[in-house]
Each structure stands twice: as structure tokens, then as C-alpha cells.
Write a protein that binds this ligand. Structure first.
Ligand SMILES: [Ca+2]
Ligand SMILES: [Ca+2]
Length: 149
């Protein structure tokens, strides 16, 4: 029994190290994704409340934070209407933070943005919008699983 406990204590656990970066220009969703990939990063993934809170804390410390902040997230329903997945890993977006009434849900709005605009009562909530016609700031993310002992 003691031996088992000892072995379990030796197993590593992994933590996710996330690094965010907001480039200094606006782009449509496809260009934003392309740019993040060119940096060996990806459009940001928000798979949990913790991811959400980390992201908000990060944005609040940048010069892109205002009372009317909006930026692309790395999720879309381009593959199948109404089914939102993350570009990072093609996983279903199980954690979501849609604004009331969103996603509007049609073929012309397929990419996800996050909006912080207290004038219209949107507090870090999500909206689906035209992937090509709309230009916004965007957040690139470098996400790595690091084994810790
Ligand atoms: Ca759609
Ligand atoms: Ca919408």
C-alpha cells in the first residue's frame, strides 16, 4: 500500500500554460486566424470559466480595453450551422457565454466575437457575426500542457 502511494506521488500532473497576445490591427476572422498561426499561435480558445476569467483579466490590462471592446475568439460554426467548435482542436464549444438572444444563428453569422460594452449591457459576452465582413481586434494564444512533478 505504501508503495502505491509513493508511485502515485511520483506521477506528473499537467498544467496548461497560456500566453495571450493582441496584435495591433483589426482583421476579419479568417485573416486573424491566419495571422495567429503565422506566429505559431492560434485564435484564442475559451473552454472553461477559468479560461474566460484569465482572458478578461488579460484584456483589462491591455490598451485594447475600453468600454466598447470587441475581439474575435477562435470559434465558429462554419463546418456545420449551429454547431460551434474551436479551431485549436475542433472540440465542441461546451462552455459558452452568449449574450441574451445570441447566437442569432444563421448562415451569414458564423464566427464568434466577445463584446464588452456596458452601454448595450454586454459584459464580456459572445456574439456570432459575419466572418469576412466584420473586422475586429483578435487574441492569439499559445497553449501548452506542461508536465509538473
Ligand atoms: Ca451560423
Ligand atoms: Ca449575432
Amino acid at each position: 500500500m505504501k508503495l502505491v502511494v509513493f508511485l502515485v506521488a511520483l506521477l506528473p500532473f499537467t498544467v496548461q500554460a497560456k500566453k495571450y497576445f493582441i496584435p495591433n490591427f483589426k482583421a476579419n476572422w479568417h485573416k486573424a486566424l491566419e495571422f495567429c498561426i503565422s506566429l505559431d499561435m492560434n485564435l484564442v480558445t475559451v473552454e472553461s470559466r477559468q479560461d474566460h476569467d484569465d482572458l478578461v483579466k488579460f484584456v483589462q490590462k491591455t490598451d485594447k480595453f475600453s468600454n466598447a471592446t470587441r475581439f474575435w475568439l477562435g470559434a465558429s460554426d462554419l463546418a456545420e450551422e449551429g454547431v460551434y467548435t474551436w479551431v485549436l482542436n475542433s472540440r465542441l464549444a461546451t462552455f459558452t457565454n452568449w449574450a441574451e438572444g445570441e447566437p442569432t444563428g444563421n448562415d451569414s453569422e458564423n464566427c464568434v466575437e466577445m463584446i464588452h460594452n456596458t452601454y448595450v449591457n454586454r459584459v464580456w459576452t459572445w456574439n456570432d457575426i459575419d466572418c469576412r465582413g466584420f473586422q475586429a481586434y483578435f487574441i492569439c494564444e499559445d497553449r501548452q500542457s506542461i508536465a509538473q512533478f
